[in-house]
Design a protein around this ligand. Sequence first.
Ligand code: GLU
Length: 419
Amino acid sequence: MSEQKLSQYQETVQSVKKIAEDLGYKESDYITLLSPERELTVSLPVTMDDGSVRVYHGYRIQDNSARGPYKGGVRYHPDVEIEEVRDLALLMSLKCSVADIPYGGAKGGITVDSRELSETELERLTRKYAEKIYPVIGPEIDIPAPDMNTNAKIMGWFRDEYSKIAGVQVPAIVTGKPVEVGGSLGRNEATGLGVKTVTHLFAQSQNFVPEETRIVVQGTGNVGLISAQLLAEEGYKIIAISNIAGAVLNLNGLDVSVMDLKNGDQKNYDLLIAQSGSQEIPMEEFLFTECDILIPAALQNQIHAENADKINTKLIVEAANAPVSAEGEAILVNKGVKLLPDILCNAGGVICSYFEWVQNLQYFSWTLEEVNQKLIAKMTSAFEEVLKVQAEQKGTYREAALRIAVDKLIQAAKFKGKF
Ligand code: GLU
């Protein structure tokens, strides 16, 4: 009988189980981590601008609540399906645990190519989704946030729809909102600032000098673009960048300060390719560019069994969720590549979401300096903890991060009691 390939979710579950066993726990201690606590599938009828009706499908998966209310983003993407959302929800439980913020994990998604929708259609779809998942969420139950292809404006609509149904203002129902309706200063840049913080710390731990360190970044969405800009400000050389429009290489270092999120992919790409020394490279070869640090900040499963041996870098910083598969990582580790895992690297977004939520619950707002300083402190202590455990255990950085996360989740579940 041919062996069936495990889904990404099943792979993550397997690694959680293995870590729990290595930590010496019994099955009865960790069994609740191996399946989501609640799954909701909704159909979302939307009246389109031309009067026709389309039905979209959405999900909200609540993975684990041992450490606090469920927390996690909502993504809009044509490839969204339930098994992927399960994986992303479990990663959120692990991420909040590593980051040491008092949340469990959840994730939501709608199977939709949002670029094909007008703004009014997108608003109707978002409001319908908020209405349909209303019964299972709440500011002390489950707090959604932005993820791939969702942004502050969408969170603003979500906040409004939830509040309308509730009959009261509920700013803490969602994070990543516009500042004007209760969002936090710094939230848009938070994941990028977190990625920059750990990349810099990781590079320092390897005695890399910023000016001599070549970085390649995949993706110019919110995370890739801001990480690249902050790292360039620190002196690092960003030698290659890719997005949907193409891949550009410049061995002198790209001037990434010209990019702007508002520009969109094509314009940002055009601005980079126009610089002196820039050249276009084939998209299929982009990830194999020789560099010191590779930052995949786009989709999941970009580096896998079929291409990992061609990767030509010293460090990988996983800024996207699950950009490297388990098989891909095993090949990389064998080659001596060091990889810092997603549940640590991209935790800046949810850490700042936590700050936004705390500000909302107190009806008080912090300055940008206060937010950023607290964010850097949280990211730094999470990084140091992962490095410490890795040095003791001698495994990978992912195993170290999982060890910290799984241990805290099991301990929280234990103190809650079983019955
Ligand atoms: N979507 C982001 C993530 O994957 C942020 C989640 C949040 O802020 O709740 O971490």
